[in-house]
Design a protein. Structure first.
Ligand SMILES: O=C(O)CNC(=O)[C@H](CS)NC(=O)CCC(=O)C(=O)O
Length: 276
């Protein structure tokens, strides 16, 4: 399977982000991608929750989703939109942080709402409270396609290995980890966590990332780590996109999934134990 990781520096303006995303998706298809994956919150990165709620809309009305569905159909690719901020109908106005897998017919083959919320103080000056802006999901999603079986996750979910294990045990061959990782935690944890999830599950891991300096709000700029990564089931990094926006192509030999699991079948070796 020939896959493309799209790396973006999405701004807080969905209308400005859309042509950039479409251009990179088209380039990936021209380069022969059968599968394309984009980062978390492809349509809008902002530290201002009120702004996000003002500019983002429902799935039915979202222009990014509509345009990318058209692109998937025109280009004949499977397109994973890592996530979009989508109005969820929640009474308190919170959005869903929702990933979509679009088929080459333009149809929505799967959707996934991010389960784990990044409510974290990473340093004295840097705090995130994702649950204030987003309503968490509560359902893991495996999407069976003619290309591969994909496990859908989003960003901070990466720190919850039980989710990835459940997806691997349900048959996932490729774990998708779209992200907008913080620079501080990215530097320390991003690559090692992605490699660990691949090794533990015997899955390929494809992680498309937001990168660089995003729109500032209230005098504070939001920055992200970049380094979209592809990891093979044995744990090797097979592509690293660095920190510039763009397209990274990678060819996956899905036979490596069975090969890795054949060598170390830990996914089938769970044992019951008493709680500590
Ligand atoms: O805010 C939005 O609009 C969309 N959500 C995100 O970008 C989220 C919450 S701020 N980012 C992460 O989960 C980063 C996780 C991370 O950096 C880590 O686990 O270390």
């Amino acid at each position: 399977m020939r896959a493309a990781l799209i790396q973006l520096t999405s701004s807080d303006d969905p209308a400005a982000n859309l042509p950039v995303t479409r251009g990179l998706v088209a380039r990936a298809a021209t380069d022969g991608a059968e599968f394309v994956t984009t980062p978390e919150v492809t349509n809008c990165v902002s530290a201002d929750r009120a702004h996000q709620q003002r500019v983002l809309t429902t799935e039915e009305d979202d222009p990014t989703l509509a345009a990318l569905r058209e692109d998937a159909a025109r280009l004949g690719v499977w397109l994973h939109i890592g996530s979009l901020g989508i109005a969820s109908g929640d009474a308190d106005g919170r959005l869903a942080n929702r990933g979509f897998l679009i088929g080459p017919d333009g149809g929505i083959a799967a959707r996934y709402d991010k389960i784990h919320m990044f409510d974290v103080q990473v340093s004295e000056t840097e705090t995130y409270r994702e649950s204030a802006g987003y309503r968490p999901g509560d359902r893991a999603v495996l999407a069976q396609t003619p290309l591969a079986a994909f496990g859908l996750t989003i960003c901070y979910d990466l720190r919850f290995p039980q989710l990835h294990r459940a997806l691997g045990q349900a048959g996932a061959e490729v774990l998708l980890v779209p992200a907008a990782f913080s620079p501080l935690t990215g530097q320390a944890h991003w690559e090692v966590l992605l490699r660990a999830r691949a090794i533990e599950t015997g899955c390929f891991v494809l992680a498309a990332a937001q990168t660089g300096q995003h729109t500032a709000s209230a005098g504070r700029a939001r920055r992200t780590h970049g380094h979209s990564l592809a990891v093979a089931p044995w744990g090797e990094v097979i592509a690293d996109a660095g920190t510039a926006p763009g397209v990274t192509m990678v060819d996956l030999d899905l036979g490596q999934v069975a090969e890795a699991r054949g060598k170390v079948p830990s996914l089938t070796h769970d044992r019951p134990f008493d709680a500590p």
